[in-house]
Design a protein around this ligand. Structure first.
Ligand SMILES: [Fe+2]
Length: 417
């Protein structure tokens, strides 16, 4: 079952309507295998309940498209603005993020009704060509926003299910290990002046521009992602106990959190096991390592005699076309090296998440989408096995705090020449 929902690339109403139906439908496909009890749990402050994701993505369309841009739109439920606003200060107060798991009401079925009601309004407005160009662009933004939440939904439910001693699978039969693997090969880049950032053709988030020149020294980038087998060697070599390998904050983080292996790893019967969206299974040597923090990625690179790429190096080395897609029968990185820049794991870069030269956030509340988070985070590039089809781009800038381990984040090495 490959979910082949393309990203929105047009603001033409009939094209947007079919993309809207596809993206909104995929969210429900992802959620429908979960019980109402599964959908209500918040296992840590970073995690949102599945039903909250379903409601918040709906709130986005109602708040930014229907309310301001559709004459006579009646709000579905006045309380939902408080419950399902994520972080938009300009829109008003909101329920505290760490308490999203306390929302036993509205029920999952009431949220299903909310989604259906907003879907009807948006599709009707598109069919009547009742939306301004500005509103159509916000529908497009809302679809890319919902795709981000589809990935978050899977990241979050993985954490939720991992906390259950029964080790339940999100879906049975997914997340098999990798049999084959290659040897490490390096691809060289001559450096020089390269242009990075989005060129304005097709959709991008505001943080991907403006396109601008950067100066790179010659470098090499690894063709393959770091594997679980290599990570096991790092552990066996005392990697988590050698201060010389670690940044100060990283050394403090492993002491505070007791990290001895990637997140979702545990010692089984004389071997490492890991939790996947298919449940627990043994770690296999050739699968890309996943769920490591920036600190761990940085320490591993130092141990391996390499370093992490900068985001400009990553973009300069990446293939032009980001071909990948979420496959609901896989949902875990595999050793398929041919597509490893995209569609396996997000790859930590050494670059701080900062505005590009000349960056200006959009006017109004949607200007809060990216710009205000540009501090204390690192950029990740590529895309993961849980990133929706069409949501990956060479210029895409994902970002997380350096201690984050619950995203599907892994490691690609670089080195100087
Ligand atoms: Fe959101």
């Amino acid at each position: 079952v490959t979910a082949s929902t393309p990203a929105a690339t047009s603001t033409e109403p009939s094209v947007l309507a079919s993309q809207f139906a596809g993206v909104r439908g995929l969210t429900e496909t992802l959620a429908e295998v979960l019980s109402p009890e599964d959908q209500a749990i918040q296992s840590m402050p970073d995690v949102s309940p599945t039903k909250w994701h379903r409601a918040h993505t709906t709130w986005f369309f109602e708040t930014f498209v229907l309310g301001p841009h559709l004459d006579g739109h009646e709000c579905h439920d006045a309380a939902y603005g408080y419950l399902f606003n994520s972080y938009y200060e300009a829109v008003g107060p909101r329920h505290p993020r760490p308490h999203r798991g306390l929302l036993s009401r509205p029920s999952a079925s009431e949220i299903t009704e909310y989604r259906a009601a907003v879907d009807r309004c948006v599709l009707d407005a598109l069919a009547r060509d009742a939306l301004s160009h500005e509103a159509l662009a916000l529908v497009e933004l809302g679809l890319h926003h919902e795709q981000q939440h589809q990935e978050l939904l899977l990241m979050d439910i993985k954490h939720v299910l991992s906390c259950n001693p029964l080790g339940p699978a999100y879906r049975d039969g997914v997340a098999a290990g990798s049999i084959d693997g290659g040897t490490r090969e390096w691809r060289s880049h001559p450096g020089g002046i390269v242009a990075i950032g989005h060129d304005g053709h097709g959709f991008s988030f505001d943080n991907e521009g403006p396109r601008h020149d950067v100066l790179l020294r010659p470098f090499e980038v690894s063709c393959d992602l770091v594997t679980a087998g290599e990570w096991s060697d790092f552990i066996a070599d005392g990697g988590y106990h050698r201060a010389e390998l670690w940044l100060s904050d990283g050394w403090a983080a492993i002491a505070e959190n007791g990290w001895e292996a990637p997140s979702y790893w545990r010692r089984g019967d004389g071997r490492w096991e890991l939790f996947t969206l298919g449940g627990w299974r043994p770690v296999t040597a050739h699968e890309p390592v996943c769920h490591v923090s920036y600190y761990e990625a940085d320490a591993f690179a130092r141990w391996a005699g390499a370093r992490l790429p900068t985001e400009a190096e990553w973009e300069a080395a990446a293939p032009l076309e980001a071909e990948s897609g979420i496959d609901l029968t896989v949902l875990h990185p595999t050793s398929d090296a041919s597509s490893s820049f995209f569609g396996q794991v997000w790859q930590w870069t050494s670059s701080a998440y900062l505005p590009y030269p000349g960056f200006a956030p959009a006017a109004g509340a949607v200007g809060e989408y990216n710009g205000k988070f540009m501090v204390n985070q690192h950029v990740l590039r590529g895309g993961a096995c849980v990133t929706p089809t069409g949501h990956t781009r060479r210029t895409y800038r994902n970002f997380f705090p350096p201690s984050s381990r619950w995203p599907f984040c892994g490691v690609r090495l670089a080195r100087d020449v």
